[in-house]
Ligand binder design. Structure first.
Ligand code: FAD
Length: 392
């Protein structure tokens, strides 16, 4: 009988794994289970929030994967039985597997910001899962009067997309500068340091002087309390009453990972970083944001790279062969202005069972505008390539 792989979650990791499994071994039966008929990428969602792209431009369907022979099922996985080797869905279906891949992304820990909750996310969007949330935040910015205050509460480590809040801050500031020049953005940040900090702060000084202010833990502390009705955030630095409030709460692995006992005490999934097989449930592999992947950040590119390594390992294992020695890659582009971006890139290898960086670097601090413009072009090209998994 054909070998069966069931993939839980059709986001960046899951969709890439499905695509490559079909390429590496077309005899494997691949079933992808994902509740949504459309996937909105978080990458480039900050451009939508900043009014530089329509929401439609980050929407993708599953047609390309279906054409590749992936069985796409729109349902939610509610249980994974590692002993019986099957998954169960909300509609009551059971899918047997030889190997299972789980790429459920993140769950937001709303209570990490006191007073915040899932019920409040329409009034106070996190926009850390793209789609409706992206549209809400964009609309609130459009409807805000000139002279309004935007407040962002940034998350503690570890979280999805380390440079994401700061790219968002840049593009919100750009929007304010263009359309509501009397307005301001305050970032309340529980972290001492953040990704690409030097590059971001230089860009803010150059483009958004007087518009963005970031208060770190030395001043604002690390504990934030929100009054949902008045959109007021309290912290060590005082009270901030926002016109538009964006709370990005702490995070952990997507709920199904917790339910299926794939997580450790901190809420993330320990895996064998060679094959991404869970250290807790044999036969189940965890990739993407939910996994603990050594030095790799929680990014879409990382999820894509891990998906390829994992798919190749599974294709070999199901054919009675040993997995190869993998290499992993990541680049995170961040827009600092409509036509300018900065990046961090790295190549990784496995060392003593841990994914370690072996080469990499940042956009140079003294990069010319021509280079920053070229990086923005690279970012667009990267977007088209990474989302091709849904299209072709
Ligand atoms: P996801 O892409 O979130 O996919 C998870 C999928 O699983 C979802 O479709 C969900 O519906 C599904 N699912 C969950 N539970 C179940 C269940 N029980 N049953 C079935 N399906 C389920 N990364 C970059 O590389 N570059 C960037 O420029 C970049 N920009 C970003 C900007 C922002 C604002 C944000 C928030 C993120 C950004 N990222 C970026 C990060 C990137 O989006 C994530 O790292 C990536 O999506 C992780 O992929 P994943 O497969 O782990 O999770």
């Amino acid at each position: 009988a054909a070998k069966k792989v069931v993939i839980v979650g059709g986001g960046t990791g899951g969709a890439t794994a499905a695509h490559y499994l079909r390429r590496y071994d077309p005899s494997i039966e691949v079933t992808l289970i994902e509740p949504n008929k459309e996937y909105y990428t978080c990458f480039f969602s900050n451009l939508v929030i900043g009014g530089l792209r329509p929401l439609d431009s980050i929407r993708h369907t599953y047609d390309g994967l279906a054409k590749r022979g992936v069985k796409v099922v729109h349902d939610t996985v509610t249980a994974i039985d590692g002993a019986a080797k099957h998954v169960v869905t909300a509609s009551g279906q059971k899918f047997a597997y030889d190997r299972c891949i789980v790429s459920p992304g993140i769950e937001l820990v709303y209570g990490g910001v006191e007073g915040y909750s899932a019920d409040a996310e329409k009034a106070i969007p996190h926009a850390w899962k793209a789609g409706e949330q992206t549209a809400i935040l964009a609309k609130q910015l459009q409807e805000m009067p000139d002279g309004g205050l935007v407040v962002m509460v940034a998350p503690p480590n570890p979280f999805r997309c380390p440079p994401g809040p700061y790219e968002r801050a840049s593009l919100i500031a750009n929007y304010l500068k263009q359309h509501k020049p009397k307005s301001k953005l305050i970032i309340l940040d529980p972290k001492e340091k953040f990704s690409k900090q030097g590059l971001f702060t230089a860009a803010w000084k150059k483009h958004y002087s007087g518009i963005i202010e970031r208060l770190g833990p030395d001043f604002a502390g690390t504990k934030f309390t929100v009054d949902v009705k008045t959109k007021t955030v309290k912290c060590d630095a005082g009270e901030f009453k926002a016109d538009v409030l964006n709370i990005i709460p702490p995070q952990r692995a997507g709920k199904i990972a917790q339910v299926a006992s794939l997580t450790d005490e901190k809420g993330w999934c320990p895996v064998d970083q060679h094959t991404f097989e869970s250290k807790l449930v044999p036969g189940v592999h965890v990739i993407g944001d939910a996994s603990i992947a050594g030095k790799m950040p929680k990014s879409g590119y990382a999820a894509n790279s891990q998906a390829k390594v994992c798919a190749m390992a599974i294709a070999l294992l199901l054919n009675g062969k040993d997995p190869l020695k993998p290499a992993y890659t990541n680049t995170c582009y961040s827009f600092v202005a409509p036509d300018q971006a900065v990046s961090v890139a790295a190549v990784y290898e496995l060392k003593n069972g841990t994914i370690e960086e072996v080469a990499g670097g940042l956009t140079p601090a003294d990069a010319s505008e021509a280079i920053l413009r070229r990086e923005a072009e690279y970012a667009k090209s990267w977007y088209n390539n990474i989302t091709a998994r849904y299209v072709r």
